[in-house]
Design a protein around this ligand. Structure first.
Ligand SMILES: C[S@@+](CC[C@H](N)C(=O)[O-])C[C@H]1O[C@@H](n2cnc3c(N)ncnc32)[C@H](O)[C@@H]1O
Length: 217
């Protein structure tokens, strides 16, 4: 049944999220409408991230792998996800097998800071760190809240540093931003409406001489 979802995606058939989300366990489906990229947005993001075959794309904070699964089904590139939640990584890997796209996508358990970013041609950032900053904040002590702020800032700065040293031509797609500004040296090459927000495509230009960063939506 899940292979049929792959076939429908390959034929560009429009699909409801509730249909796609059957590849995930019920407990994960509940989070879909807020936490996972909608199918139509993922299809567009995949085109922007991998316009040519053979790209290696990293979803930074991959959740249950929706972007990677859609990318693997609709492109000839390879899709990698790094995710800190073990259950989500298991769900993503199981979905890849069920959809018969495991040759084109792999999921790793770990923090985004544990990955060698130089191994990838493109990155997807769907607001990955907001939970780190805000989840359970109301019940946190002032010290805990401060520790979260510090960790959030450090992680956003890590992402900016990785992008700053990325090769020319590196692509980044943001959806609801990533909590910081896109570093200097990236051009906003394309933007399009996506479910009340925007998909923004940033491309690393050749010259590294560029003083200012850009605000990211
Ligand atoms: C908004 S969800 C996006 C999921 C997925 N990219 C998608 O588009 O469907 C953000 C995910 O990032 C993960 N995350 C947050 N901070 C992380 C970190 N430091 N390292 C790895 N994953 C992280 C969260 O657990 C969550 O699953």
């Amino acid at each position: 049944m899940h292979a049929a979802i792959t076939a429908r995606l390959r034929h560009q058939t429009v699909m409801k999220d509730a249909t796609f989300d059957q590849v995930f366990p019920p407990s994960q489906r509940l989070r879909s409408c807020i936490h996972w990229t909608p199918v139509d947005v993922a299809v567009r993001a995949a085109v922007l991230l991998a316009p040519l075959p053979g790209r290696k794309v990293l979803d930074v904070g991959a959740g249950v792998g929706k972007l990677c699964l859609v990318g693997a089904a609709t492109t000839s590139s390879t899709w990698f996800g790094i995710e800190r939640d073990a259950e989500m990584v298991r769900s993503a890997s199981a979905a890849a097998s069920a959809m018969h796209v495991e040759q084109r996508t792999r999921f790793f358990l770990g923090d985004v800071t544990s990955v060698d970013w130089s191994a990838f041609d493109a990155f997807y950032l769907f607001n990955p760190f907001s939970e780190m900053r805000f989840e359970g904040l109301l019940s946190a002590t002032p010290e805990e809240a401060q520790a979260r702020r510090v960790r959030h800032t450090a992680t956003v700065e890590f992402v900016q540093q990785q992008l700053l040293s990325a090769a020319a031509g590196t692509r980044v797609v943001t959806y609801h931003g990533f909590g910081g500004e896109m570093p200097a040296g990236f051009d906003l090459a394309h933007r399009e409406p996506a479910r009340g927000d925007e998909l923004c495509l940033w491309i690393r230009r050749r010259s590294r001489r560029q003083p200012a960063g850009h605000a990211v939506r």
